[in-house]
Design a protein around this ligand. Structure first.
Ligand SMILES: Cc1cc2nc3c(=O)[nH]c(=O)nc-3n(C[C@H](O)[C@H](O)[C@H](O)COP(=O)(O)OP(=O)(O)OC[C@H]3O[C@@H](n4cnc5c(N)ncnc54)[C@H](O)[C@@H]3O)c2cc1C
Ligand code: HEM
Length: 403
């Protein structure tokens, strides 16, 4: 708990951080990477280049200051950070380095306003937050039986095109051991060495059910935009992984659990956000095929709708599964393709889905941020309680709901 002396300084910092948070975290990362260039191999240089990680760390610091008396609001944020950190191999010895650079960046950006009591209040707050993260990360490393930074070498046994841009890679342990257990919705970090020597880690949700001799990831090739470069790792995986390749992956992490429980469940996804939902669907098909499931997916068209074969297989064994596909262009499909679902033209509109019992049905969302914001608002309007809504973000979380 933060001390009575430090407390007023933290409270007074909230508006200041709101104004200067991004400047602080930008300076923080610049100095950190200058002094510790080896951290380039742990941090996501794509997220650094597009600014999302700086924004996410700034948001976490605000969220902490703004909710210092509200552990219930902070708990899910801490859980997400801890899982991400464990998948990346963050260790306790990293924390003082980050803390020192964060305080220096606060001091430099705020100038005279960064008085000694304000800096010591933040040193105390950082220390408390860091210890909470270190303790939770220690628990997760122990639970998974892995050391920070250790990776499993996995061998690719199949590469399968799942849609115009998404291919899946089936992986087994290269040493013949059992694949690590996981919960549908969890992801692994994969490590690749890029030309030029930079090592990069990226997270990919596991896209098949647990309990098999293999695990599977499904990766969307991120093409270059008019002003943005092509994605580094996704393109590398598509261009280089073939049957027999070795891919180092982390222990499974993440607290998104779309197959949890046994009651009715609604799974809503867009684009490559379908991957954790397919893991959940395959798991439910194998373990509880009578379960009531609404599975709705939004895609540009059928050619961009990944994992249609998994959905078709689930439909064969799940009498209470309702599948709906929202296609922006409902006319584009290959001649031999059977529709995977009832097709509705246009963007996802949850009002067009069959009604479900609102009180105890959990709804899971995964897709681009704009998609999730739109569904979140329309579901709340429909009467879904926020406690029944869960989402997975495929990038650093902006924590906007806490600010
Ligand atoms: C929990 C989680 C689960 C995920 N699951 C999946 C999954 O199942 N399948 C999947 O395909 N992905 C998934 N992702 C996303 C994945 O981790 C990667 O982010 C994605 O593959 C892109 O990585 P990349 O290296 O190809 O792109 P990066 O090189 O990291 O680039 C990312 C974006 O930043 C842009 N960018 C890069 N440099 C600049 C610059 N200088 N200026 C402006 N913009 C720039 C790029 O154009 C691109 O749009 C998941 C992410 C998370 C966090
Ligand atoms: C109190 C201290 C810290 C806080 C509050 C914090 C906060 C965060 C947040 C909010 C994220 C984004 C999570 C998401 O994906 O939504 C993140 C990711 C990350 N953190 Fe930390 N962190 C802390 C300490 C550290 C330390 C000590 C390191 C080690 C050098 C570290 C390395 C990383 C990396 C590499 C990522 C992923 C970056 C990316 O995917 O772009 N963090 N952290």
């Amino acid at each position: 708990m933060i001390s009575a002396e430090a407390r007023p300084y933290i409270d007074a910092s909230v508006p200041v951080l709101r104004e200067h948070g991004l400047a602080i975290t930008r300076l923080f990362y610049r100095n950190l990477f200058n002094e510790y260039p080896e951290l380039n191999n742990i941090f996501n240089m794509g997220n650094q280049a597009n600014g999302s990680q700086q924004q996410s760390l700034a948001s976490a610091v605000f969220a902490y200051a703004a909710n210092i008396d509200n552990p219930a609001a902070l708990a899910p944020v801490i859980s997400r950070i801890v899982h991400k950190h464990v998948s990346l191999g963050i260790r306790p010895s990293h924390y003082p380095i980050v803390g020192e650079h964060l305080l220096q960046a606060i001091q430099h950006t705020l100038g005279d306003a960064a008085t000694p009591p304000l800096l010591s209040a933040w040193a105390e707050a950082y220390g408390l937050l860091a210890q909470a993260l270190i303790d939770e990360e220690h628990r997760l490393y122990r639970q998974s039986g892995t050391e920070p930074g250790s990776l499993f070498d996995m061998r690719v046994t199949a590469v399968q095109k799942q849609s115009a841009l998404v291919s899946s890679f089936t992986l087994v342990r290269a040493d013949g051991g059992a694949v690590p257990n996981f919960v549908p919705g969890q992801y692994v970090s994969v490590a690749v060495s890029l030309p030029g020597g930079l090592r990069q880690l990226r997270q990919y949700s596991l896209s098949d059910a647990p309990g098999k001799s293999h695990m599977r990831i499904s990766v969307k090739r991120e093409p270059a935009g008019a002003e943005t470069p092509a994605g580094m790792v996704s393109n590398w995986l598509h261009d280089n992984l073939v049957v027999g390749s070795i891919l180092p992956v982390s222990t499974p992490c993440g607290d998104f659990a779309p197959a949890a429980g046994s009651g009715a469940v609604v799974l809503l996804s867009a684009g490559v956000g379908i991957t954790p939902m397919i893991s959940a669907l395959n798991h439910i098909a194998a373990t509880n095929p009578q379960r009531q499931v609404i599975f709705a997916h939004a895609a540009r068209d059928m050619l961009h709708h990944a994992h249609r074969a998994d959905i078709a297989r689930a439909r064969e064994v799940m009498p209470n599964l309702r599948t709906v596909a929202f296609y922006e262009d409902a006319a584009a499909f290959a001649a031999d393709d059977a529709p995977p679902a009832e097709i509705i033209a246009g963007l996802m509109d949850t009002d067009k889905l069959a009604a479900w019992p609102l009180a105890d049905t959990h709804v899971y969302l995964c897709g681009p941020i704009k998609f999730m914001q739109a569904q979140w608002l329309s579901l709340i309007k429909r009467g879904v309680l926020p406690t029944r809504l869960h989402r997975e973000v495929f990038g650093p979380d902006m924590l906007d709901h806490l600010l």
